[in-house]
Design a protein around this ligand. Structure first.
Ligand SMILES: Nc1ncnc2c1ncn2[C@@H]1O[C@H](COP(=O)(O)OP(=O)(O)OP(=O)(O)O)[C@@H](O)[C@H]1O
Ligand SMILES: [Mg+2]
Length: 247
């Protein structure tokens, strides 16, 4: 059985979709098969970020409504080392999916078919988020280290706590030493203290994240890619220390 992981943040633009793609690519480099599931109904982006927008015939709602099989809706997202990276696109319209037992059953089918299933959640804490979270225990909360995003991350933790037992980790994204020295953002310890969430890793601000997405290719160069490699190793059970000097 593979690992089912929700990537969420509450706040829009913190980097959930970029992290889903970057982490998925890093897990693939380690030899894992990885399914990326876009659950941002009506605002899908992973197909664009992976250069698959013209190739998506079916989406999650087609599988959910039994109009096609999971296999028919999933697209291969790369070649060579990325030949085991796959995408299940989000529905073009919002409101097609409910966080019910059918969706949970489908997520378990996905986990049985891949080493990792990474679910990209929409922003906010309403029905789209609850559907993305349904049936998932392992959660990575993506937060940029600014006070607004960090406060919202703490609300995500509260919401998940009320919804049941979860294994929550924090990923700090767009970390920049310049901003830290200027005092405009929290340092890593402050983010952990403010949210009460244990850290899984820190991804630096790196223009290559946006460049890879614009090119529609998996990210495999630059500081952010190396940070994703370290986080992927931790998910695979290796002990890799978090070293601020590498950022
Ligand atoms: N580590 C990073 N370094 C530099 N830019 C980044 C990084 N992570 C994300 N970005 C950029 O931030 C912007 C928002 O990223 P993304 O779309 O992944 O966020 P999101 O949380 O999925 O947004 P939404 O809430 O709208 O779904 C994009 O332009 C992306 O390229
Ligand atoms: Mg997104």
């Amino acid at each position: 059985m593979g690992k089912l992981i929700l990537l969420t943040s509450g706040k829009g633009g913190s980097g959930k979709s970029s992290i889903t793609c970057g982490l998925g690519a890093a897990l693939c480099r380690r030899g894992n098969s990885v399914l990326l599931v876009d659950m941002d109904e009506g605002l899908r982006t992973l197909d664009l970020m992976l250069g698959l927008s013209s190739q998506t015939l079916f989406d999650l709602s087609d599988v959910y409504n039994s109009r096609c099989t999971l296999k028919a809706a999933v697209k291969q997202a790369g070649k060579d080392v990325y030949g085991r990276l796959y995408l299940l696109p989000a529905p073009l319209k919002a409101g097609e999916i409910q966080g019910d037992s059918r969706l949970e059953e489908l997520k378990h089918l996905m986990a049985a078919s891949y080493d990792y299933v990474l679910i990209d959640s929409p922003a906010g804490l309403d029905t789209g988020f609850m559907s993305a979270a349904a049936g998932v225990r392992d959660v990575i909360v993506v937060a940029t280290p600014d006070p607004v995003c960090v406060r919202i991350a703490a609300s995500v933790r509260e919401t998940l706590f009320k919804a049941g037992e979860h294994n929550i980790r924090m990923l700090i994204n767009k970390f920049s030493k310049d901003m830290l020295y200027r005092g405009t953002v929290f340092n890593i310890d402050e983010v952990i203290d403010e949210t009460g969430i244990q850290l899984i890793g820190v991804v630096p601000y790196d223009r290559s994240v946006q460049q890879a997405a614009s090119a529609g290719e998996p990210l495999d160069y630059g500081l952010a890619a190396r940070a994703f490699d370290r986080i992927a190793a931790r998910l695979d059970g290796e002990h890799v220390s978090i070293n601020e000097r590498e950022l």
